[in-house]
Design a protein around this ligand. Structure first.
Ligand code: FPP
Ligand code: MG
Length: 316
């Protein structure tokens, strides 16, 4: 339904970095090669979709959302010290932390430049809220340690901010651009929030159960980089092996065989299934909201039903 628009988004992303000079263009060319899922602009465009109105005026806003997402990944890979992104070396591995962080800053500036040109304060407000929540979520995650209290509820809070708020904001922004009523906008926000929660839960699950050739990320990357996620939290909370898991996890000097032991405990435990069940719950919540989204057509309704299923079944 928004395929044409998404290819214009891809062209626009390349256009922005091409105009920026050789250094930024080199990094931009490397990251905007079409390998991302573009799920955030796709959600925005779907929420804003109207049969009777051309979507051309929405392309720039969709580009801005993808620029913000890419900026956050350039920062996130430095924070997580993740070496691989989308099947190739992360920007900080290829060019260093400085270039990764600064390129992220540049992309962020371009996103806000686009949004300022729209001259639509409500849209700007939604996007500022996304960035605020994302940063808060990342900070909360960075402060958490394996022996923090209430780790599971804190996890749900930080993924709500770092991921679900973005999906929710994309949907709200789309509904806003379509002149949806306040009720419609609220329903879209909730739909996006539930999708985003499920999306992040599956992301964290795939770190333990995924295939590197499909996810484009190494298995146990989170574990190796001491990123605490639900499969591990659940293992610690219920497993009789929680002591070795705990001990190995908190020592930065853990050997690869000790990390392997922790990974095995997670895989053998109920953490992965528990995480999947939580994702299923959020997907069901999203699916229950379809009629409140006021779909334009049967085609749009069918797509809105399919998106939650795809989020649950995704392998990359
Ligand atoms: C990926 O999560 C990262 C995020 C969802 C958000 C990152 C946000 C920031 C770094 C805040 C700064 C924001 C901006 C706009 C510069 P993940 O690490 O769970 O997923 P991954 O496995 O794909 O790395
Ligand atoms: Mg990461």
């Amino acid at each position: 339904m928004v395929e044409r628009e998404l290819s214009l988004v891809n062209e626009g992303l390349r256009g922005i970095v091409e105009c920026a000079g050789p250094e930024i263009n080199a990094v931009g060319d490397y990251i905007f090669n079409g390998s991302g899922k573009r799920i955030r602009p796709a959600l925005f465009l779907t929420a804003a979709y109207r049969v009777d109105v051309s979507s051309d005026h929405l392309i720039d806003a969709a580009i801005a959302l993808e620029l913000i997402h890419t900026a956050s990944l350039l920062h996130d890979d430095v924070i997580d010290q993740a070496a691989i992104r989308r099947g190739k070396e992360a920007v900080h591995v290829k060019w260093g932390n400085k270039i990764s962080v600064l390129s992220g800053d540049y992309l962020l500036s371009q996103a806000f430049k686009i949004l300022v040109n729209y001259n639509k304060p409500e849209l700007l407000e939604v996007v500022v809220d996304i960035v605020e929540k994302m940063s808060e979520g990342e900070i909360e995650q960075a402060f958490a340690s394996i022996d923090s209290n209430n780790l599971e509820s804190r996890y749900f809070q930080w993924i709500g901010k770092k991921s679900a708020a973005f999906f929710s904001g994309c949907c709200k922004a789309g509904s806003l651009m379509r002149d949806g009523s306040k009720e419609e906008q609220a329903a879209w926000m909730e739909y996006g929030y539930n999708l985003g929660m499920a999306f992040q839960l599956i992301d964290d699950l795939l770190d333990y159960t995924g295939k590197k050739s499909i996810t484009g990320k190494p298995l146990y990357g989170d574990l190796n980089n001491r990123v605490i996620t639900l499969p591990l939290i659940r293992t610690i909370n219920v497993s009789s092996m929680n002591k070795p898991v705990n001990e190995h996890f908190i020592t930065d000097t853990a050997t690869s065989s000790q990390i392997g032991e922790v990974a095995q405990a997670v895989i053998d435990g109920e953490g992965p299934h528990y995480t999947y069940q939580k994702a299923e719950y959020y997907v069901e919540c999203a699916a229950a909201l379809i009629d409140d989204l006021n779909p334009e057509s049967e085609e749009q309704k069918a797509i809105l039903k399919q998106i939650p299923r795809d989020v649950l079944m995704r392998r990359n």
